[in-house]
Ligand binder design. Structure first.
Ligand SMILES: C[S@@+](CC[C@H](N)C(=O)[O-])C[C@H]1O[C@@H](n2cnc3c(N)ncnc32)[C@H](O)[C@@H]1O
Length: 263
C-alpha cells in the first residue's frame, strides 16, 4: 500500500526557514516533529534530504542528485542503441517523442529519456517524493552543464494530472508508467539501501491498474509500462509488443504508428 505517513520538513539553519515554509506549503507537509516520526525531511544548504529515523540498518539520507552516482554516469554514457527504454519509447536519431512520465518517482527513467533528447513532463503523487525530485531538478538546473541542460527538459507538473487531465504544456507522444510492484523473496534481498528507504516510504502501488486507461487516453502514439519480468500485465491487458532487459521488461501499447495521423 502507498504510505501516507506524516513526514515533517525541517530547516538545517535559520536561513532556510523561509524556503522550508515554501516547500511545506507547496507539497502539504507538516513542519512540527513528533516523537514517533518514522521519516524527516531536512533542508540544509539548499539540499533536501530524507532521513529514515527507524531504519533497520545505518543508512545515508535519500537525496535526488542528478550529478552523482549512476544517474550522472548514465547521462554521460547513454547510447540510444543500448537503452531498452529508448527502444520501447521509440526514441531515434530523428525523432524524440515528448513524454509524460505518470509515475515519476525519483526521476531516474525520465532523466535517461531527457538525456536522449525527449521533453518529459513528470507526475508524482507522493508529496515527499515530489518534494525531493523538485529539489533535485532545481539544483541540477543551476549548473550550466550537460546534466543541467538535461534537467531543463524535465518539468514536474503535479501529483494527479493523469486523472485530472490538467497541467500539460503539450499533448504527449508517449505516456510512460512504472508503478511500484510488491517485491518478493530474492528481489527483496537485492534491493539497494536507497531503494529500501524509497520502498518503505512509498509502499506498493496497489491501484496501479487504474493508470492504464487514462494513459491510453492521453498518449498520442503509445503507452510504455515498465514491469518486473515476473509481473503480470498492467490491468491484465496484453501489450502489442515487449522489450526485455535483464531484470524487467517494457510492455508497449500502441495506439498508432509514429508516422500515422490521428484520422
Ligand atoms: C517505481 S516508482 C517510479 C520510479 C521511476 N520510474 C524512476 O526511474 O525513478 C513509482 C512511483 O510512482 C508513483 N505513483 C504511483 N501511482 C501514481 C499515480 N497515480 N500518480 C502519480 N504518481 C504515482 C509512486 O508514488 C512512486 O513514486
Amino acid at each position: 500500500m502507498t504510505t501516507t505517513a506524516r513526514v515533517p520538513i525541517l530547516a538545517g539553519s535559520d536561513a532556510e526557514t523561509v524556503a522550508v515554509k515554501a516547500i511545506a506549503e507547496r507539497w502539504g507537509l507538516p513542519s512540527e516533529t513528533m516523537d514517533n516520526d518514522v521519516f524527516q525531511l531536512w533542508l540544509t544548504d539548499g539540499v533536501l534530504a530524507l532521513h529514515w529515523l527507524q531504519s533497520p540498518q545505518k543508512m545515508s539520507p535519500l537525496v535526488v542528485d542528478f550529478h552523482q552516482g549512476k544517474a550522472a554516469y548514465r547521462a554521460q554514457h547513454t547510447q540510444l542503441k543500448n537503452e531498452a527504454i529508448a527502444k520501447a519509447v521509440g526514441v531515434s536519431g530523428q525523432f524524440k517523442p515528448s513524454v509524460v512520465d505518470g509515475t515519476a518517482g525519483l526521476g531516474r527513467d525520465a532523466f535517461v529519456l531527457a538525456g536522449l533528447g525527449c521533453n518529459v513532463q513528470l507526475i508524482e503523487r507522493h508529496p515527499v517524493v515530489a518534494a525531493l525530485l523538485d529539489n533535485g531538478l532545481h539544483r541540477a538546473r543551476q549548473e550550466g552543464d550537460f546534466i543541467g541542460d538535461t534537467c531543463q527538459r524535465m518539468q514536474l507538473i503535479g501529483t494527479d494530472n493523469l486523472f485530472t487531465g490538467n497541467g500539460y504544456t503539450q499533448e504527449p507522444d508517449v505516456v510512460y508508467l512504472d508503478p511500484m510492484y510488491p517485491k518478493t523473496g530474492k528481489q527483496k534481498a537485492q534491493v539497494k539501501k536507497d531503494m529500501q528507504m524509497f520502498q518503505q516510504l512509498v509502499g506498493s502501488d496497489e491501484d496501479a491498474d487504474t493508470l492504464l486507461e487514462p494513459a491510453l487516453a492521453l498518449a498520442k502514439y503509445r503507452v510504455v509500462v515498465k514491469r518486473p519480468n515476473s509481473a503480470p500485465f498492467l490491468a491484465g491487458r496484453e501489450p502489442n509488443s515487449q522489450i526485455k532487459s535483464k531484470k524487467h521488461r517494457f510492455d508497449v501499447y500502441i495506439k498508432r504508428g509514429f508516422h500515422e495521423s490521428a484520422n
